[in-house]
Design a protein around this ligand. Structure first.
Ligand SMILES: [Zn+2]
Length: 202
């Protein structure tokens, strides 16, 4: 069997954010959980849902023919609890990234710490799957950018809460109301991402 020629981006579970139906002051939200199967064999999970979603996440992975031990890298676009909840499942991974902070067990790694705001960390051996900082929703937010995907065309951006949902392109109140630690930098990062990517996964 020849090696795959494309990186595959697979949405395991689409996320959502909406006002709670009983309490207008509260929100219901869970992240989009995405699997990236790199053509060099590396498996990356981006955002791991809430701590209550472990069984769901295991079964979503099994549908892809994978066990939790088959995940090599965990990237959480930021540290909100619906993006990191099931990190504990992935104890065979060589690296967990939560925002721009990378670690393995108790070892913290020196990645994405330079003054260069455009610094990228390549995850795969082909340099087609990178993490970069996209501050705004939180100051430590990162996005994963995947080139050479099964969709063809330009890169796919896995952006976490930089984009809240499709409608927030027309109505910026949606992403601003979802919480932004720095609205002006989020606005800048959103347009940079929109220019760079053909497809953005909120
Ligand atoms: Zn968030």
């Amino acid at each position: 069997m020849s090696a795959p020629t494309k990186n595959k981006v697979i949405v395991l579970q689409p996320g959502y954010s909406r006002e709670d139906e009983h309490d207008a002051t509260a929100m219901r939200a869970n992240c989009t959980c995405t699997l990236v199967r790199c053509r060099d064999g590396l498996n990356i999970i981006v955002d791991t849902m809430t701590a209550w979603d472990g069984d769901l996440l295991r079964s979503l992975l099994r549908h892809q023919g994978l066990e939790v031990e088959d995940i090599h890298v965990v990237v959480c676009t930021h540290g909100h609890s619906d993006h990191i909840g099931c990190n504990y499942l992935f104890q065979s991974a060589r690296m967990h990234m939560v925002g721009a902070c990378a670690s393995n067990r108790d070892l913290y790694l020196d990645h994405l710490t330079s003054d260069d705001e455009n610094e990228e960390l390549a995850l795969d051996t082909n340099g087609e799957v990178v993490v970069k900082r996209t501050p705004g929703h939180t100051l430590s937010c990162v996005s994963v950018i995947v080139q050479n995907t099964q969709f063809g065309g330009g890169p796919v951006g896995i952006a976490g809460d930089l984009f809240e949902r499709r409608e927030d392109v027309e109505d910026e109140r949606i992403w601003r109301n979802a919480g932004s630690e720095d609205e002006s930098s989020q606005r800048v990062e959103r347009s940079k991402m929109a220019l760079l990517c053909d497809h953005i996964q909120p």
